[in-house]
Write a protein that binds this ligand. Structure first.
Ligand code: UDP
Ligand code: MG
Length: 365
């Protein structure tokens, strides 16, 4: 592998042969940490990352994304850059955009072949990083997700809702992980750079990836989890609801984004069929001489037919929207492997024997 990154990217330059010493495989690495009012945690975090990566056998950088903190988080991050070197990169966002957006900012700026995301409150432990990176590289995976098997958070406010949410996500997305919410995740850079994150979506990245790569390229690894010792958690119970709402949109997007008309078509036809049957029945009654003007079924049938028309037209609209979406952004309805090699693109077709000479002769004639 040839590394052509700037000098600042080589915190381990003085001991380059660590590669030989440690058995773990390594590749250029970017660690992305979103920080929102974590002034007490920045220093210890940067120190711990350095301890954990002391033996890391490839260049690495640490992106400290400040998510519009109102305390001294940015100043602390800049201080750490002064102290440790330019591989520590503060990324000050203009205001608070939320954890997911902050992660996205860091991912966009990351230059490593492997990208790690983690929390900046020291609840995740950087000690797990080299092992997870090693697994990603050795088993040729696209994602190694952390699993906080022994999670140190409030039981009723955090652990129970999270357990329910995890089960639901597992069921709906068909990706078999235990802990979607764990921020400590290790990605293959080129894969995660192809994903756009919105809302509280960072926990759905595994599900999202599973729509682009084989589920077998996603693995999980038990990680250490510590209680928060400084600063405060930025979330409460309300996040669970936001996660649920995002789950619904992720589910629909995953299932139906390419052919929304399938979903709306099915639903609309169902209503149309019921309404039509009701009307047909009433028509027969009318022909038999009964009075149908005051039948509740008449109202219900009309309602169902109207609903059917509504849903079917929505289906057509969403189909058009989805085409615009796919065509305007060059998003594909399929995905090639990230390392699909383009070899062969310029090669010729297989030609019938003597094709060249025959054509030549034809032209002469
Ligand atoms: N965070 C952020 N922007 C926000 C909220 C949180 O960047 O608007 C960061 C926060 O500083 C921390 C990480 O996201 O590094 C996780 O947040 P927190 O520890 O509050 O979440 P919890 O661990 O309680 O789920
Ligand atoms: Mg936390």
């Amino acid at each position: 592998m040839c590394h052509t990154l700037p000098d600042a990217f080589y915190p381990n330059r003085q001991n380059r042969n660590v590669h030989a010493m440690s058995a773990l495989s390594a590749a250029p690495l970017s660690i992305v940490v979103p920080l929102y009012n974590e002034e007490e945690n920045v220093g210890p975090l940067v120190e711990r990352v350095h301890e954990a990566l002391a033996e890391y056998g490839a260049p690495w950088e640490l992106l400290l994304v400040d998510d519009g903190s109102s305390d001294r988080t940015v100043a602390e991050a800049r201080g750490m850059r002064e102290h440790f070197g330019t591989h520590v990169r503060p990324v000050p966002l203009t205001r608070n955009f939320g954890q997911t957006a902050a992660m996205q900012a860091g991912i966009d700026l990351a230059r490593g072949e492997v990208i790690v995301t983690m929390d900046g409150d020291l609840q995740n432990d950087p000690v797990d990083i080299p092992r997870m990176v090693d697994r990603l590289l050795r088993e040729d995976l696209d994602l190694v997700a952390g699993w906080r098997r022994d999670r140190k958070d409030n039981l009723w406010l955090r652990k129970v809702p999270s357990r329910l949410a995890n089960r639901l996500i597992r069921r709906l997305t068909g990706v078999n992980l235990h802990d979607y919410g764990c921020s400590l995740k290790v990605f293959r850079g080129e894969v995660i750079k192809g994903v756009r994150l919105y809302g509280e979506m960072h926990r759905f990245i595994p599900a999202w990836l599973a729509t682009q790569t084989a589920p077998s390229r996603i693995a999980e690894e038990v990680v250490t989890h510590h209680p928060r010792t400084a600063g405060t958690s930025k979330y409460g119970l309300s996040r669970t609801f936001r996660v649920l709402i995002d789950l619904i949109s992720v589910y629909f997007f995953m299932r139906f984004s390419a052919r929304p008309a399938h979903f709306f078509g099915l639903l609309g036809s169902g209503f149309g069929l019921l309404g039509g049957l009701g009307m047909a029945y009433l028509l027969v009654q009318k022909l038999l001489g009964h009075d149908i003007g005051d039948r509740p079924l008449l109202l219900v049938s009309i309602l169902f037919i109207l609903i059917a028309v509504q849903i079917l037209t929505t289906g057509v609209l969403s189909e058009m929207l989805s085409r615009t979406y796919y065509e305007s952004r060059d998003v594909r309805t399929y995905h090639l492997p990230a390392r699909f090699d383009r070899e062969g693109e310029n090669d010729a077709f297989h030609m019938p024997r003597h094709a060249g000479s025959e054509r030549g002769e034809n032209r002469e004639m």
